[in-house]
Design a protein around this ligand. Structure first.
Ligand code: BGC
Length: 352
C-alpha cells in the first residue's frame, strides 16, 4: 500500500492518501472522512479511468461540505425531518443543516472528520479507519465506535461499515461517491445505462426531500429502471416527483433483502464501456443524479456541473424512525453491526 501526505487540517492533523492496487483496480482513500478520493478502473480499450468525482486537496474537502464527494456519511445518512428523532421513546434534537431538517447528520459530519488508521489490522489488500464518536455527538445518544474498511477484490472494491455503541442509537452509514463511468470530469452521466432492481420507491413530500412514509410502485413511472434505461431518458418528463428534486434524488427499496452482496444495480458508461455492479446488505439505496452540482471545481481542474456524476448511496429508508418504518437503523448496546457494499467492475463492448 502506498502512503502519501495529502495535507493538514487547521489543527495540524496530518492527512494522508493511501493507495490500494491490483492489476484491475487502483483505489485511493484518505483518513480525512475515510473518503474514497479516486478509483481507477480499465475501460474497454484497457486504459485506466478515474470513475469518481473528488478534489485535489484537503482544503477543498474541508470547505465544500455540501457535496460529500466520496465521503463516509454518518452517523445517519440522508434526511431526518425537523432534525428530531425518537429513540426508545426519548426525543433527540439534532443540529439542522438543510432548512429545519438534518441532512447527512448535520454540519459536523463524519466526512470531514479525522479518522485513525488501524495499523494493527493492516491488510494486504485493504485499509481500516476508525472513528470514536462521543455520546451526544451530532445530537445522537451513546459513544459510537465506527470502522470503515476498504478492501480490493480481484475486480472491485468492498466497503464495510462497522458500528458498536454503549447505548441504543442510530447507525445508518453510507459512502457518498459520485460516479462517472466515462471518467470524472468527462461531462454528463445522462447517457449511462442503468438497471436498478427495485419495485418500490419512497415518494417525497416536497422539494425538501422528506419521504411521505409510503412506498410506491415504480411501474409506469420514470423511476422504473428494472429494465435497463439511460439515466437521462425520462429525467425531464413532467413527473411531479422528478420535478421536485430536479431529477432523481429518491430512495428505492431493494428486493434482495438480507441476501448479502447480490448486485442490485448495474450501470454502464456509454463511452468507456465500463460496467459497475453494486451489491449491498443494506435495505435501500438513494439514487441521486447529481442535480445540485453547479460549477464545482474538482480533480485536475475538472468542472462538475449538474448530472456530471451519480450516487447510489446504500442505506435505510430516510426518516424511517419518524414514520413507523418496519426496519430502522437502530443498534443496541455493545452489539457490533456490520454492513457491506460492493462495487464490481468489468467492461462491455456493446454499442448502445
Ligand atoms: C442527497 C441530495 C444532496 C446530496 C449532497 C444526497 O444524498 O439525496 O439531495 O444534494 O446528497 O448533499
Amino acid at each position: 500500500m502506498k502512503e502519501q501526505l495529502f495535507g493538514k487540517t487547521a489543527d495540524d492533523k496530518h492527512i494522508y492518501l493511501y493507495t490500494l492496487e491490483n492489476s484491475n483496480i487502483k483505489a485511493t482513500v484518505s483518513n480525512l472522512g475515510a473518503t474514497l478520493v479516486s478509483l481507477l478502473v480499465r475501460d474497454k480499450t484497457g486504459n485506466w479511468l478515474d470513475v469518481v468525482l473528488g478534489y485535489d486537496d484537503v482544503q477543498q474537502y474541508l470547505e465544500n461540505t455540501n457535496t460529500y464527494f466520496g465521503g463516509t456519511v454518518g452517523r445517519n445518512a440522508n434526511r431526518i425531518e425537523n432534525a428530531l428523532v425518537a429513540i426508545e421513546g426519548i426525543n433527540y434534537r439534532l443540529p439542522a443543516n438543510e432548512g429545519e431538517n438534518s441532512l447527512h447528520s448535520g454540519p459536523d459530519g463524519f466526512q470531514i472528520r479525522f479518522w485513525e488508521v488501524l495499523k494493527s489490522n493492516e491488510r494486504q489488500n485493504g485499509i481500516e479507519f476508525e472513528l470514536i464518536s462521543p455520546d451526544k455527538d451530532q445530537g445522537f445518544p451513546g459513544e459510537l465506535k465506527m470502522t470503515v474498511i476498504y478492501e480490493l477484490t480481484d475486480s472491485g472494491l468492498t466497503i464495510s461499515f462497522k458500528g458498536k455503541s454503549d447505548q441504543t442509537t442510530i447507525f445508518n452509514p453510507t459512502n457518498h461517491s459520485y460516479f462517472n463511468l466515462n471518467g470524472q470530469g468527462s461531462g454528463t452521466i445522462l447517457n449511462h445505462l442503468l438497471s436498478l432492481s427495485a419495485d418500490f420507491y419512497t415518494p417525497i413530500k416536497d422539494s425538501r426531500g422528506i419521504p411521505t412514509g409510503e412506498k410506491s410502485l415504480v411501474a409506469e413511472t420514470p423511476l422504473d429502471f428494472r429494465m435497463a434505461a439511460r439515466i437521462g431518458q425520462r429525467i425531464n418528463e413532467p413527473f411531479e416527483q422528478l420535478r421536485l428534486t430536479g431529477g432523481y434524488d429518491h430512495n428505492f427499496v431493494l428486493k434482495k433483502l438480507g441476501e448479502g452482496n447480490e448486485p442490485f444495480a448495474k450501470v454502464i458508461g456509454d463511452k468507456s464501456g465500463i460496467v459497475m455492479e453494486v451489491g449491498t446488505d443494506l435495505p435501500c439505496v438513494q439514487f441521486y443524479s447529481g442535480n445540485f452540482l453547479q460549477h464545482e471545481i474538482g480533480k485536475n481542474q475538472a468542472i462538475y456541473n449538474e448530472r456530471d456524476g451519480f450516487c447510489l448511496e446504500t442505506q435505510y429508508t430516510p426518516n424511517g424512525m419518524n414514520h413507523g418504518e418496519e426496519r430502522v437503523p437502530v443498534i443496541y448496546p455493545n452489539h457490533e453491526i456490520t454492513y457491506r457494499t460492493t462495487y464490481n467492475f468489468s467492461v462491455s463492448s456493446d454499442i448502445f
